[in-house]
Design a protein around this ligand. Structure first.
Ligand SMILES: [Zn+2]
Ligand SMILES: [Zn+2]
Length: 745
């Protein structure tokens, strides 16, 4: 028997090996094996059973070890890896590697722990005697006798403050039993023990929820590939629909992958899933999967899924590669989130990969959002996805009232710019007196690179590309980093003539200081990546906020996502403009999504909420449509612009980045390359650029870029890869493709 193996790390081809007699029964496609490559041992995945075409069989080396007695890679992952390699223009090895958790690649092992359990119950008389003669032993016995299942020895002894000798005495008397068992390192176990998180109680679905559930049940019963887009306004109970679909899939014996955009959001989602799973299907385990886990936790979760002990995984982007067998359902919550796109190789989009994996597995893919991405919405409109809608909030609660504050007027009134408008200050003070809570959001993106007139709100845009121009300090120019067009940076606003048109935006710290000045007695907490660098700080602050120990929470978007805070009645957005003027054709979409999601945080409890949005451009469509969370209106207007400019979703975009130490050389080769592509693929690809990247230089390396617009990625990428391989690149220039990039900045 011979097999073809994909070695991990650095070998992008199949190598063939002989399988020794003793290992034959354990080897299948997807097995993780250890094989000799050159003079080292490497891990690899068995990709095919069979012999090489052009290599003498007697010269083949043998597999050294089969690491696990089950396939580490389900067959559908292979198909997925091949598709990803083609679509995202990267090596199969880098994809296979990213599909396996590091812990598995490093050969992590199973952890053993001793468990204690009562094996002989004492009679009341015996217990009375024991209590008198050995009170410590009696305490340990009584504690364990109340437990339903065996307890970890070290934990129990630590909690009761007893020594191992106490347990040993009871074991010796045959009262307690000690057993060694594989122990799961369960992530977030502590949260559940302390009841910090809100468990979701199943409630009767309203008519819209019931209709969505029925549609999904029918899809799941049909057992074939289908994508549904669940568009539900904030507070409409999307989670309940997800959970019911998960129920259905599990009851039919299937496996489920549940994706959430950010790690920070996971504890609450996991808690909800767990509590529901335990209620409906006792014994079901929910594996948590994301990059912040310890290697041990990751390995145990992976093992539980690969062996079929667990059938549900919830996690961030990379959970889409979990070895879930008999996959029936993939849920992608907040499918519009850019966090699903990985910004290092392989540069895949978790949502798009989810759709493709569902296709390969013949499963149902459920995408959910209050503000679907225009890509998904266009697919629904074209009939490729089934559209499920939830238009009512659960319990018919009202959407919060949204107030727009015009910062141009505010700047005139207050004689200069301040972080907090009069209206926002008054509203915050009123909340503080009523003991209600406030969240202030700050929009954090690289703003200093574009120009905004604080007098009239004007931002210079590229006439050809309809995106904000980027300000380059070095030569005082404004440039378009899509088409490369440039002009001298104006000293005065081209629209109103105001002299100062550079505004840098505000950091979280400055906003926090401003809040302290107007609310000196309030308890204020800041939450951004700097303040949250310490592990667990994020969850600590959230739990304090939930407990009402914080009056005002100041932070970036990260605080808002999917979290329910019933006592928050005011949400302020300090600077709506920043996301609107990032030099990206998705700027309006981002702004609309941000506003609607942020507004959804206010008034989730019994009290009505208020939202105050500060902006220099109150008339902008993204802001006007968001006032009534008018997704239909917004998407129609925005899709029209996208169609006019032939931007995604009407075409695909591919980014090509060039890096090198010598700027002239870099420019020369980027231009030569662009000429070649134009000549060879010009009929299928529209090129823009090459031009200097918005950030021209990082760590002594210059950066240039080129954009390709195309109708079909799969028809263009293989040709680009082929041309690139045949092009005479100098050694000091490196370059990367990014297919369907989510951020143009
Ligand atoms: Zn102006
Ligand atoms: Zn342009």
């Amino acid at each position: 028997m011979t097999v073809g193996v994909h070695p991990l790390a650095g070998f992008d081809k199949l190598l063939h090996y002989r399988v020794p007699e003793t290992m034959r029964s354990a080897v299948a496609v997807g097995s993780l094996v250890r094989v000799p490559v050159l003079n080292t041992m490497r891990l690899g995945i068995v990709g095919e059973i069979g012999a090489p075409r052009d290599f003498p069989l007697d010269k083949l080396k043998s597999i050294a070890q089969v690491v696990h007695p089950f396939p580490a890679f389900p067959p559908d992952l292979f198909g997925l890896a091949r598709w990803m390699a083609t679509y995202y223009a990267c090596g199969l090895d880098s994809i296979i590697e990213s599909m396996l958790p590091a812990a598995v690649r490093h050969g992590a092992v199973v952890k053993q722990e001793k468990l204690l359990t009562v094996v002989r119950r004492l009679t009341p008389d015996e217990l009375a005697v024991l209590t008198k003669r050995a009170p410590q032993q009696a305490r340990l016995y009584t504690f364990l006798a109340q437990q339903f299942r065996p307890q970890p020895k070290s934990l129990v002894l630590a909690r009761l403050e007893q020594t191992a000798a106490v347990a040993a005495a009871l074991v010796k008397r045959g009262v307690l039993g000690e057993e060694a068992r594989r122990v799961e390192r369960v992530a977030y176990a502590d949260d559940f023990a302390h009841g910090e998180l809100v468990a979701s109680q199943p409630h009767a679905p309203n008519a819209e929820q019931a209709a969505a559930v029925a549609a999904l049940d029918a899809s799941l019963a049909a057992g074939r590939f289908e994508v549904s887009l669940l568009h539900g306004i904030t507070g409409s109970g999307k989670t309940e629909v997800y959970l019911r679909a998960v129920d259905t899939a599990l009851k039919a014996g299937g496996g489920v992958i549940f994706l959430v955009p950010e790690v920070a959001l996971t504890p609450q989602t996991v808690a909800r899933l767990r509590s529901r799973l335990e209620a409906i299907a006792p014994g079901h385990r929910c594996v948590v999967w994301h990059s912040h886990l310890s290697e041990g936790e990751r390995f145990d979760g992976w093992l539980a899924l690969a062996t079929g002990e667990a059938r549900v995984v919830v996690g961030a982007r990379s959970a889409i590669f979990a070895p879930v067998a008999n996959l029936r359902l993939i849920v992608v919550d907040e499918e519009h989130e850019p966090a699903y796109k990985q910004d290092e190789t392989p540069r895949y989009h978790g949502r798009d990969v989810a759709v493709y994996r569902a296709k390969l597995a013949g499963a149902v893919c459920l995408l959910g959002s209050a503000t679907p991405s225009l890509e998904s919405f266009a697919n629904a409109q074209a009939g490729k996805y089934r559209l499920l809608e939830l238009r009512e909030r659960v319990d018919a609660r009202k959407l919060p009232h949204i107030d727009i504050v015009d910062l141009r007027i505010e700047a005139m009134r207050q004689r200069g710019l301040t972080a907090l408008s009069r209206k926002l200050v008054d509203a915050m003070q009123a909340r503080f007196e009523r003991r209600e809570q406030t969240i202030l959001f700050i929009n954090r993106r690289g703003y200093s690179t574009s120009m905004l007139c604080t007098k009239c709100g004007h931002v210079e845009e590229c006439a050809h590309c309809s995106i904000a121009l980027t300000y380059h300090r070095a030569d005082e120019t404004l440039r378009c980093h899509l088409c490369g067009g440039q002009k001298a940076a104006p000293a005065r606003c081209p629209k109103c003539g105001a002299p100062d048109i550079r505004w840098k935006g505000l950091g979280t710290q400055r906003v926090e200081e401003a809040v302290r000045r107007v609310l000196p007695r309030a308890r204020i907490e800041r939450m951004d990546t700097d303040a949250m660098a310490k592990k667990n700080r994020f969850r600590e602050v959230l739990s304090q906020f939930r407990a009402g120990k914080i009056d005002v929470l100041v932070g970036t978007q990260m605080i808002g996502k999917g979290l329910d805070f019933p006592n928050v009645t005011l949400v302020g957005l300090i600077d709506a403009d920043i996301s609107m003027h990032i030099p990206d054709f998705r700027a309006n979409e981002r702004t609309f999504q941000l506003l609607v999601q942020v507004a959804g945080r206010a008034g989730r409890g019994d009290t009505a909420g208020e939202v105050i949005v500060q902006t220099f451009n109150p008339q902008a469509e993204a802001i006007q449509f968001s006032r009534h969370a008018d997704y239909a209106g917004f998407s129609a207007a925005e899709l029209k612009i996208r169609r006019d400019f032939r931007y995604p979703p009407f075409r695909h975009l591919i980014h090509h980045l060039f890096r090198g130490p010598n700027p002239e050389k870099l420019k020369f080769f980027a231009e030569q390359w662009a000429k070649l592509v134009e000549k060879e693929l010009g009929s299928r690809v529209e090129l823009r650029g090459p031009s200097a990247s918005p950030i021209e230089k990082i760590k002594d390396e210059y950066r240039w870029q080129l954009w390709y617009f195309t109708n079909s990625v799969t028809k263009v990428v293989p040709d680009l890869v082929r041309l690139r391989a045949g092009f005479a690149w100098p050694d000091d220039i490196t370059q990367v493709f990014d297919v369907d990039p989510m951020n143009l900045v």
